[in-house]
Write a protein that binds this ligand. Structure first.
Ligand code: PLP
Length: 444
């Protein structure tokens, strides 16, 4: 449906007057009003199409309006539009979703506290961690996380986040008990040529932090298996095996934040599956139902659940919301029936192959890293010195791509390439066709 030009002006004015947009200067007008989505494309009110190269916030994993998910939501809203699962109530969709999550999550991660999104799931997980240690009679309460890590916009999630967010860096560190260590990115550590040795160096930074803080005070280590917002950077081989061993050695719980990586973003169901990694708690969100309905969750191990036995934990009004659960159950089916894992591996492989062949030799491309359909391109002003491309130039590429009909995301000199997991080869190549001349045309 097209909207008349004068109506578009009114929408833009009302938006500017009343809507606060995250990550956008408060009071500044937006440029696009999107009214429809289908497959990997979004359409604005004037009917213009945009190819979504970043799955919005790396979350519209099944594209827009997946038929199976839509049918499940429609059916559920008519059957049972809402039920709180507080107290002694449950419903079939939440039981099915939790069981499927338990069956597909690594190791003994079998108990799920559902939330409305990733940040709430982090808060819930950190509360459970503190209760776990307190019930065990331990004073452990500190949380170690990594610089470059993003864990959300609520108080503790933001305190665990390792980059300035939310408009004023100082505000996010008001929750005490959070400690940060560097996250590995071998490209920025040229002195380490050997990947295995670099992985050990990076993992040892966790051991050193635990020693310095005092092992008796550290409750948990939380990290994304593949760095997300901080640059779309996979870890060096061997890193996670060493991190797991360090956590076990010091009795520190390992919380893996799979909010962005979960549900096939990197190929397998969870990024942890790449390394047979079994965390003590796994955080999920975004892709669980492809963001058709807000949803997240903290999945805890049976060992933690045994210690928490009998506790009356806090929850949220939307914990286990029937529509979110119905959408997630339909998404579980869609991942299998649409062959999502195989598509991510095939199309991700084709993108990576072309990026290495055609983009890496360009003078302003410093490095390209990725796993599945979670790819980061590091742009530099100078390849030899690895000086980062100024943000103005990076945002210039994002804006030019948008003019050419491709939605991208860029931060800290890195471009994210994260299309919906249903993207086909021809749309994937179209994204690269649009990007190549823009990156080639960068001047020093
Ligand atoms: C790794 C990670 N954790 C947590 C969050 C927070 O999730 P939400 O925005 O749903 O609260 C995000 C969101 O981008 C994320 O990428």
């Amino acid at each position: 449906m097209m909207t008349e030009p004068e109506h578009i002006e009114t929408l833009l004015e009302l938006d500017r007057a009343h809507v606060i947009h995250p990550n956008h200067a408060l009071g500044e007008a937006v440029d696009f009003i999107i009214s429809r989505g289908e497959g990997v494309r979004l359409y604005d009110v004037s009917g213009r199409a945009f190819l979504d190269g970043r799955s919005q916030l790396n979350c519209a994993n099944l594209g827009y309006g997946h038929p199976r998910v839509i049918a499940a939501i429609k059916d559920q809203v008519e059957r049972l539009s809402y039920l709180s699962i507080f107290y002694q109530f449950s419903h079939p969709q939440v039981i099915s979703c939790a069981s499927r999550l338990a069956a597909s999550a690594p190791g003994d991660l079998e108990h799920v506290l559902f939330t409305s999104g990733g940040s709430e799931a982090i808060e819930a997980a950190l509360s459970m961690v503190r209760l776990y240690w307190s019930r065990r009679g331990s004073p452990k309460s500190k949380i170690i996380s990594r610089y470059k890590g993003y864990h959300g916009a609520t108080a503790s999630a933001m305190a665990a986040t390792g980059m300035p967010m939310g408009g004023a860096a100082g505000i996010q560190r008001l929750v005490p008990g959070h400690v940060h260590i560097p996250a590995p990115h071998q490209y920025r550590h040229a002195e380490h040529v050997d990947e295995a040795a670099y992985a050990k160096f990076a993992a040892d930074q966790l051991a050193a932090a635990i020693e310095l803080e005092g092992p008796d005070t550290v409750a948990a280590f939380i990290a994304e298996p593949v760095i997300g917002v901080g640059g779309y950077i996979p870890p060096p081989a061997g890193y996670w095996t060493m991190v797991r061993e360090i956590c076990d050695r010091y009795g520190v719980l390992l919380i893996l934040d799979e909010v962005m990586t979960g549900f096939h973003r990197t190929g397998p169901r969870f990024a942890a599956d790449h390394w047979n990694l079994v965390p003590d708690i796994m955080i999920v969100g975004k892709g669980i139902n492809g963001c058709h309905v807000p949803c997240g969750g903290a999945v805890i191990s049976s060992r933690i659940a045994a210690v928490l036995e009998g506790a009356k934990l806090s929850g949220f009004t939307h914990t286990g919301h029937p529509l979110a659960m119905a959408a997630a159950n339909a998404a579980f089916d869609a991942f299998e029936q649409d062959g999502i894992e195989a598509n991510v591996e095939r199309v991700g492989g084709l993108i990576m192959e072309r990026l290495r062949r055609e983009f890496l030799p360009l003078p302003h491309v410093g490095s390209i890293e990725g796993l599945g359909l979670m790819i980061g391109i590091e742009l530099v002003a100078d390849k030899a010195s690895k000086t980062r491309l100024p943000d103005r130039a990076l945002q210039g590429i994002v804006a030019a791509a948008l003019r050419d009909g491709l939605i991208m995301r860029g931060r800290d000199s890195r471009l994210a390439l994260c299309p919906p997991l249903v993207v086909n080869e021809s749309d994937a190549m179209l994204m690269l066709d649009i990007l190549h001349p823009l990156i080639r045309g960068l001047s020093a």
